[in-house]
Design a protein around this ligand. Structure first.
Ligand code: GDP
Ligand code: MG
Length: 597
């Protein structure tokens, strides 16, 4: 395709502002898909994504558009993930295109993820076209939101397009703006091949599919390509584009976006952001700025039923084939037996993987307390990356501990500001900035990541009745007075409940934890002490009193079937419990005990 007739773009938006609906409309309006074939939200393919209304994997579609100027254009839309956990993927896929549609719900206004995502677009030097969506809603206020875009983001919004992705109003104008306002890509057809690996995933029929953006040169079927990151060479067996169904073609030239397959065994062998060139006469320099996505949150995944360990291994291996940012290694826990220590990009990523294991592979899981990576500096000058509090070395060898910090941006209506500041303060936050955008406050906090990974987002939503939006980025490591807190149930340490806490908060956290556990652990025939300890010192203690009566006693032995039913119910309940010494702890306790409120 002639470079001048190509437009590559992405859509940036806060969640629920209508990105997927707009993408569907653009596809529908151009007849890329027959209306009767149109499924709701074509681009969100995974079930979980659909249910949660989030887009996880970047996806793409090629749209043929006959513009008002009479020329035929090729529009390539790359759909980027909309969640903070996937910031790295967002920033990479942005570099594969030249422009963005900035979609803002005109009944809501700019939100934290609008900002975070538009900053990625600005960093990638995008031309940005503001789109005010949901103008069919009575609460829509385009003037106010356009002004907010100018004030808060600092881009000109006078020409913002007013759209209803629901009714189709403004869709034609949007397509015209893409052609007129966004720049055509640049590139040299005669230069050595240089292509960016934008995304990759596993397909049951075709194996690993690699999404690429060609910068220079031409990629053809049959070529031998080289991944510049590790030097591996693969023969290309297919080249194609998404319309949105897969359509095979013979070559991709400069400025084009499409996919290739090259009998690559696993997704792990492909790295998002890597540069692809030819084995012979390849380009000299890779694209700048490659860095693999690193997991930041770790937790243990254990089968509730020990007999399912092999099934769990199988499911984790399969999921990992398709997700290079998810890491795992075997872990043994005195309390939980065999399982895996897994690393994730964030809490949402963790939840998605856990859900998929439970749902697609039908394995019930115990998830241990999520932890971040601590840098434990030893007296001998070495540094240990601690992924699991259970592995904390003896304190006599430890010099100091550093923890990861983040910069968090929160947008919130005025009336909830006080609650938000209190929440951030409670989580050891340091306020960096506080400004106003209309009647909304924008607060920026420096926070320890470990205070955020667990339930910060839930708490934020609940104290602001869902009106706050939140985004964060990692900033680095800082020393603090951190200690490992151990939990003992009936005098036995339960390693899966160990956490790292700040020394000043240890008593408070310990008390909250043992009180929670007292509620979560059912009564037994004997009394059970529940303790939180730092080193050998108990900082909080509760006692769960003994059960007085046999649960079946009230059946008087008369109604046998009722008694049987009750016992069966108990047995079913037990499956979700784990035995710790003489005590049974329900599966949910491991997660719920650590929620702070
Ligand atoms: P995304 O999270 O940005 O992909 O948002 P979606 O496209 O999933 O849209 C979120 C919700 O807003 C869905 O319930 C859509 O049906 C709805 N929605 C999207 N565009 C419009 C619009 O123009 N008007 C109205 N009334 N609702 C819309
Ligand atoms: Mg969506």
């Amino acid at each position: 395709t002639d470079l001048a007739k190509i437009r590559n773009f992405s859509i940036v938006a806060h969640i629920d502002h209508g990105k997927s609906t707009l993408a569907d409309r653009l596809i529908q309006e151009t007849g890329t898909v027959e209306t009767r074939e149109m499924k709701e939200q074509l681009l969100d393919s995974m079930d979980i994504e659909r249910e949660r209304g989030i887009t996880i994997k970047a996806n793409t579609v090629r749209i043929d558009y006959l513009a008002d100027d009479g020329e035929q254009y090729v529009l390539n839309l790359i759909d980027t993930p909309g969640h903070v956990d996937f910031a790295y993927e967002v920033s990479r896929s942005m570099r594969a295109v030249e422009g963005s549609l900035l979609v803002v719900d005109s009944s809501q206004g700019v939100e934290a993820q609008t900002l975070a995502n538009v900053y990625h677009a600005i960093e990638a030097n995008h031309e940005i076209v503001p789109v005010l969506n949901k103008i069919d809603l009575p609460a829509s206020d385009c003037d106010r939101v356009a002004e907010q875009i100018e004030d808060v983001i600092g881009i000109d919004a006078t020409g913002a397009i007013q759209v209803s992705a629901k009714t189709g109003q403004g869709i034609h104008e949007t397509l015209e703006a893409i052609v007129k306002e966004l720049p055509a890509p640049e590139g040299n057809r005669d230069a050595p091949l240089k292509a960016m690996l934008v995304d990759s995933w596993y397909d049951a029929y075709l194996g690993v599919i690699v999404l690429v953006r060609v910068i220079d040169g031409v990629l053809r079927k049959g070529d031998r390509i080289k991944m510049m990151q590790n030097g591996s060479v693969h023969p290309v067996d297919r080249i194609g584009v998404f319309k949105p169904e897969m359509t095979m073609i013979d070559e991709l030239g400069p400025g084009e976006i499409g996919f290739l397959t090259a009998s690559i065994k696993q997704v792990r062998d492909t790295r998002v952001g890597d540069t692809i060139t030819h084995e012979k006469k390849g380009c000299a320099e890779p694209l700048p700025g490659f860095k693999p996505a690193q997991p930041v949150v770790f937790c243990g995944l254990f089968p509730v039923d020990n007999a399912e360990f092999e099934d769990l291994r199988d499911s984790i291996e399969k999921l990992a084939l398709n997700d290079a940012s998810f890491s795992y290694e075997m872990e043994t826990s005195a309390a939980l037996g065999f399982g895996f220590r897994c690393g994730f990009l964030g809490l949402l990523h963790l939840e998605v993987i856990r859900d998929r294991i439970e749902r697609e592979y039908n394995i019930e899981l115990i998830t241990t307390a999520p932890s971040v990576i601590y840098h434990v500096h030893m007296r001998d000058g070495t540094m240990l990356e601690l992924h699991n509090p259970a592995d904390m070395p003896d304190l006599t060898h430890v010099d100091h501990i550093e923890e990861p910090r983040i910069k968090a941006t929160i947008l919130v209506p005025d009336e909830y500001l006080g609650d938000v500041l209190k929440l951030c303060q409670d989580r050891r936050g340091i306020q960096l900035d506080l400004t106003y955008a209309g009647s909304r406050a924008m607060v920026v906090y420096d926070l320890p990541l470990n205070e955020v990974v667990f339930d910060f987002y839930d708490r934020l939503k609940s104290v602001t009745k869902g009106y706050a939006s939140f985004d964060y980025q990692l900033t680095g490591y800082r020393e603090d007075f951190l200690v490992k807190m151990t939990v003992l149930v009936n005098e036995d340490p339960v390693d899966a409940l160990s956490t790292m806490v700040h020394r000043d908060r240890a008593e408070q956290r310990g008390r909250a934890l043992v009180e929670k556990l007292k509620e979560l652990i059912p009564r037994h025939m004997f009394k059970i002490p529940i303790q939180a300890a730092i080193g050998g010192r108990v900082v909080a203690r509760e006692t769960l009193s003994a059960m007085r009566k046999d649960v079946t006693a009230k059946c008087y032995g008369g109604d046998v079937s009722r008694k049987k039913k009750l016992l069966e119910k108990q047995k079913a309940g037990k499956k979700k419990m784990r035995q710790f010494g003489k005590v049974e702890i329900p599966q949910q306790a491991f997660i719920n005990a650590l929620k702070m409120d």
